[in-house]
Design a protein around this ligand. Structure first.
Ligand code: ADP
Length: 447
């Protein structure tokens, strides 16, 4: 087992990884920018190294600085968390070439899944059902019009290098498609430096359902059920739950089996998530995330499995200690992502946290680096906390979530807690009847 792990991230996820290491008797190295010198992950880690100025490009994305930090602290392995360098194949490769273990999949798998076109091709070859669409990047407007004619409108134009919901455009007609074609390419070029786009049938009322998998280096693969992440704003997840109110045991077992078979065929190792859209009883693969997800705690809550611990064990060469038949799900879990933002306009609200009191009690987990006096820096993602609640049933979970949100005190910055409080009492949400467009309609952003 590793003696020392460097955590190449910040905020709640750096803390989350530190906690798993500490429980496993592994020493930790925190890295941080100058803006994060007082952050909780830095305070709790055994050692810390400042890797650069506030700008993420010069610190958390600075591969050389992170590798130097690992070298001088004599770390054995690097955990990338999510975001930043977690899906950067070149970084994973450099880590290994420098003699450290990358706690995640191989660079080749990250590369394969990082490009949407090769990802879809690999997924299809591994037996995953995909959304109908173009076979690869579209070479011209004429080709876009021809493919749209074949699959039927509405269609969605997506960036091949996409991520974070950027560069997606819906077209309802040939006329709109001409416009979307141009805009999507411009946006893709600006956001990812690559204008290539591809096309998918636009599903009108799907749910976003993803399957958590774990695989070791010995061909053992298990799935830990699904998460329903349909509550989104601008294609960004806001609240996630497990299990999905829309799946029954048969559908869960079916997609879980398909996912495990595909992962085995791909020879993938470590934790990963297969994302699907689910409509009219059918699953359509959209992408694979080759890392730990923000919403992993809902899976931990219902399965009792510590996903970060498993990532570390598998990366150290240990086999999974169980088979699919050993995995049992219990109860229901919901996660609310709490951002330092105005809950109406979503304008970021960085600043100094005054009074702070996190909720507690049975079935309540808060993953956050906040404390009274902490300054939320303006340089990074605005998520400052995750509230995860577990109950024996969805109803119990909802009652507990209401109670916990009501207890949560974060003074000095605006947060999205009031948005969560409003949405979890809505009938559609309470009844589990929502799709990926529901939240934006509820907020009056969409008809
Ligand atoms: P990104 O990598 O940018 O996050 P994804 O392919 O994961 O892009 O899609 C993000 C979200 O966009 C999905 O969760 C879903 O809400 C929406 N979406 C993606 N593909 C489709 C589609 N074919 N039809 C309808 N909505 C889609």
């Amino acid at each position: 087992m590793f003696e020392k792990v460097l955590i190449a991230n910040r905020g709640e996820i750096a803390l989350r990884i530190h906690r798993a290491c500490r429980e496993m008797g592994i020493r930790t190295v925190a890295v941080h920018s100058t803006a994060d010198a007082d952050a909780m992950h830095v305070r709790l880690a055994d050692e810390s190294v400042c890797i650069g100025p506030a700008s993420a490009r010069d610190s958390y994305l600075n591969k050389a600085a992170i590798l130097s930090a690992a070298t001088i602290t004599n770390a054995d392995a690097i955990h990338p968390g999510y975001g930043f360098l977690s899906e950067n194949a070149d970084f994973a490769q450099m880590v290994e070439e420098h003699g450290f273990t990358f706690i995640g999949p191989s660079a080749d798998h990250i590369r394969m899944m990082g490009d949407k076109i090769t990802a879809k091709q690999a997924a299809e070859a591994a037996g995953l059902p995909c959304v109908p669409g173009s076979a690869g990047a579209l070479s011209s407007e004429e080709e876009a019009l021809r493919v749209a004619g074949e699959i039927g409108y509405p269609v969605l134009i997506k960036a091949t290098a996409g991520g974070g919901g950027k560069g997606m455009k819906v077209a309802n007609s040939a006329e709109e498609l001409r416009e979307s074609w141009r805009l999507a390419r411009q946006e893709a070029k600006a956001a990812f430096g690559n204008p290539d786009v591809y096309m998918e049938k636009y599903l009108q009322k799907p749910r976003h359902i993803e399957i958590q998998i774990l695989a070791d280096g010995f061909g053992n693969v298990v799935h830990l059920g699904e998460r329903d992440c349909s509550l989104q704003r601008k294609h960004q997840k806001v609240l996630e739950e497990a299990p999905s109110p829309a799946l029954n045991a048969e559908a869960r077992a079916r997609i879980g089996q398909i996912a495990c078979d595909a992962i085995r065929k791909l020879g993938y190792r470590n934790a990963g998530t297969l994302e699907f859209l689910y409509e009219n009883g059918e699953f359509y693969f959209i992408e694979m995330n080759t890392r730990l997800q923000v919403e992993h705690p809902v899976t931990e809550a219902i399965s009792g499995i510590d996903l970060v611990r498993e990532q570390i064990r598998v990366a150290a060469g240990a086999p999974l200690g169980y088979t699919q038949a050993d995995i049992r799900f219990s109860g229901h879990a919901i996660e609310c992502r709490i951002n330092a933002e105005n809950p109406e306009t979503f304008a970021p609200s960085p600043g100094r946290v005054g009074g702070y009191h996190a909720p507690g009690g049975l079935g309540v987990r808060v993953d956050s680096g906040l404390y009274s006096g902490y300054r939320v820096p303006p340089h990074y993602d605005s998520m400052i906390a995750k509230l995860i609640v577990h109950g024996t049933s969805r109803n119990e979970c909802l009652m507990r979530l209401r109670r916990a949100l009501g207890e949560y005190v974060i003074e000095g910055v605006q947060t999205t807690i009031p948005l969560h409080q409003r949405l979890i009492v809505e009938n559609d949400f309470v009844n589990g009847e929502y799709d990926i467009h529901w939240l934006e309609k509820f907020m009056g952003l969409k008809k």
